[in-house]
Design a protein around this ligand. Structure first.
Ligand code: PMT
Length: 275
């Protein structure tokens, strides 16, 4: 009676509409059951179904994955820096999802206010692109894959003032910027046979062409394109909308999802290449 009750049925319909799988005995099976629909399944059967489910989710067992996340801060003087809006959410979601799927993760994080949860995440906190470069170059040779999600500053001030720069009364001031190393391209250049390198492309225009250019230039295996033209995508929000473009030029577009859901889509693609 409880199972047949409209409120139970309504809840089940709602779960189905979210795409959840509901395990029910087939109609024919019912007759052979002493008690029918709504009866709790035998605990050992529940455990077996859960074991199967989680086994299919462990795609990165013992794989070593290096992930960069967050922004970099390029110091101007002791109180100012050049930075960007990256919150680290996308990179941290990837780190948790990789660890959850059995990987040993090295997470190289720029300045963010996020915490890591999974015990298999080794976190290295850095501030500048130069520090991120050194940490990544050290960790990548031992890794099976690298996922470069950080929003790395392409330029830094030529000189970092040791004292706070005072306001000039005369008017304008000019900062000379010099290029930072490209971490993705540097890892692409030392990538071994069998290692997989995944990059991101954050674009505002001519998205596909720019992403494809970065994929080739940085010797990546695939690139995750997100565009600031899509609502709910990119910096700071809890969601993202991506297109994965691989070396063969195949592009797969995904709907807007939570950053956790996006991380799973990226891992599913990565797992096919790591096997
Ligand atoms: O942190 P969130 O708020 O969650 O936002 C997520 C994100 C928008 C930062 C993320 O999804 C993302 O797009 N990250 C890459 C941002 C970026 O800098 O893209 P890019 O197109 O400028 O760089 C291309 C690739 O080269 C990236 O993999 C980047 O990490 C890498 N790169 C860039 C410059 C550099 N000097 N070294 C690099 O490794």
């Amino acid at each position: 009676d409880m199972f047949a009750h409209p409120s139970t049925q309504q809840n089940l319909d709602r779960l189905r509409s979210f795409g959840n799988r509901i395990i029910e005995p087939a109609e024919g099976e019912l007759a052979s059951h002493l008690v029918g629909k709504g009866r709790m399944e035998e605990p050992d059967k529940i455990v077996a179904v859960l074991d199967d489910f989680f086994a299919s989710q462990i795609q990165l067992e013992k794989k070593k994955i290096v992930i960069t996340a967050g922004p970099t801060y390029e110091k101007i003087d002791p109180v100012r820096f050049i930075g960007n809006y990256s919150s680290g959410k996308m990179g941290f979601a990837l780190a948790e999802a990789c660890a959850g799927q059995g990987a040993e993760v090295t997470l190289i994080a720029g300045p963010v206010s996020l915490k890591t949860v999974h015990p298999n995440i080794k976190r290295i906190d850095v501030e500048s692109a130069e520090e991120m470069y050194h940490a990544a170059m050290e960790a990548f040779p031992e890794a099976d894959a690298g996922i470069l999600c950080a929003a790395v500053a392409d330029y830094r001030p030529d000189v970092q003032a040791t004292e706070k720069i005072k306001r000039e009364t005369k008017g304008e001031m000019t900062l000379l910027l010099v290029p930072n190393k490209d971490i993705a391209a540097s890892l692409g250049a030392i990538k071994r046979e069998g290692q997989i390198l995944v990059g991101f492309a954050l674009e505002t225009n001519d998205e596909t062409a720019h992403a494809e250019g970065k994929l080739k230039r940085k010797n990546l295996d695939f690139i995750v394109l997100n565009s600031l033209r899509d609502a709910g995508a990119g910096f700071r929000c809890d969601t993202n909308k991506i297109t994965i473009i691989d070396k063969e030029g195949e592009a797969t577009a995904y709907p807007l999802k939570s950053k956790q859901g996006v991380a799973v889509d990226i891992i599913n693609k990565l797992a096919t290449l790591l096997k």
